[in-house]
Design a protein around this ligand. Structure first.
Ligand SMILES: [Cu+2]
Length: 184
């Protein structure tokens, strides 16, 4: 009897929190959400044997001097390639570096890949938060959620391509597929 009462009390206590979360999840106007989804569905670019998918960036916080850029690149060819340089317009950032993030003991460390990022034949290489990423250094204007930032990427073999990165939330973990599963 006592247990039942406790569970009932907990259930009531949790309800307002769940309702608040649901409100937050659906705060975006529906139209904007639909356009957002459509933009991501079409986000695939090809240059030579390379296919670049779901390019995105994270919105910068006020006074944040750097911004991260991410995408997945698949080498459908038979020869190895390598991402050797990247950049934005000079109005957006001073320069863009290719970084790797990894755990050094308990500390997350970031380092520039001086020789670029290898894209081996047949491989899919993911640039994602916590791993490889582009880092826009010396932001001259903020990265605003819902907008896009254009970056150029130069691959050793395939050449140079310009792609738009869809700017997600400051903690965005992917190119927007996360929006598919609500309450997550
Ligand atoms: Cu970095």
């Amino acid at each position: 009897m006592k247990t039942t009462t406790l569970i009932a009390a907990l259930g009531l206590a949790l309800l307002p929190a769940a309702a608040a979360l649901a409100d937050h999840e659906h705060a975006d106007p529906k139209m904007e959400h639909a356009e957002h989804m459509a933009a991501h569905a079409a986000a695939s670019y090809e240059i030579g044997a390379l296919r670049i998918e779901t390019p995105f960036a994270r919105a910068s916080l006020p006074n944040q001097p750097v911004g991260g850029g991410f995408f997945t690149v698949t080498n459908t060819g038979t020869g190895d390639d390598r991402l050797i340089a990247a950049g934005t317009s000079p109005e957006q950032a001073d320069r863009t570096e290719i970084h790797e993030m990894s755990m050094d003991g308990q500390v997350m460390k970031m380092r520039q890949l001086a020789d670029g990022l290898p894209i081996p034949a047949g491989a899919t290489v993911e640039l994602k938060p916590g791993g490889y990423h582009l880092m826009m250094m010396g932001l001259k204007q903020p990265l605003v959620e819902g907008e896009t930032v254009t970056v150029w990427l130069t691959f050793e073999k395939a050449g140079t391509i310009e792609i738009p990165l869809a700017i997600g939330a400051p903690n965005a973990k992917d190119g927007g597929q996360g929006h598919m599963t609500h309450g997550n």
